[in-house]
Design a protein around this ligand. Sequence first.
Ligand code: PMP
Length: 276
Amino acid sequence: GKYVWNGERLLNRAEASVDVEDRGHTFGDGIYEVFRVYGGKTFEPELHWARFERSARELRIELPLPIAELERGVEELIEADGLAEGIVYLQLTRGAAPRAHPFPAEARPALTAFAKPLERPLSALESGTSVITRPDIRWLRCDIKSLNLLPNVLAKQEASEAGASEAVLHRDGVVTEGSSSNIAIAKDGVVRTHPANNLILHGVTRAVALRLAAELDIRVNEEPFTLDELYAADEAFLLGTTVEVMPIVRVDGRTVANGVPGPIARKLQAAFAKRI
Ligand code: PMP
């Protein structure tokens, strides 16, 4: 969009700048959130803010403003940009300081936020998508939404080059999540998804989907599943802020069940669409 919010004011994007020794830039020492905006309003803001607060706490980065003021800033950004459908990217780093690994004594955490129009992926939601699988080479704190996304970037690039939309990650054959989404399967009417521990990001969409499943009397088992169980699933779907509830119809070139989105994905999609 036209504006950047820095926690103090809205700047024209061309006038916004980042210090070359900002620790986000030199160390990836920071966190972020991506909010979905539908009809000019953030979707499930409480869950995003709770995660943002937790990520900051885990990395011992101090919030520059109380959550209520951060929320107001994001709303003003959406308003100034005239954003109806899209996302807001919000990033907080430990701030700028002469480059040295230990936390600097004097740095002030640096906030940046911008908005971007984005349409819902309606045709893929209807027809389903293809994914590949790749080893999960990330660290053991994937629950922190940190700026360190190189393994995710490399995996997503491989997916793109393979003509797939997502790379589903696994540790020794145990599926964790996608490079920028969570994943669930359904087998014999029961949904399975990796527990929200240190090995996955605790997705907002995942949490919403689990809530909707409970309302719809769909059984859910928060237990890890294997690559073989993914290949043999009745259904599989990605869960994420931009992909929503995205049916997977192809994994590593093999069709999932009969290659069309299944009934549980459809029920969750319908319930999700009502919440938008
Ligand atoms: N896992 C990873 C690694 C992600 O980057 C994302 C996207 N933020 C998700 C899961 C899905 O989380 P959410 O539903 O909050 O977008």
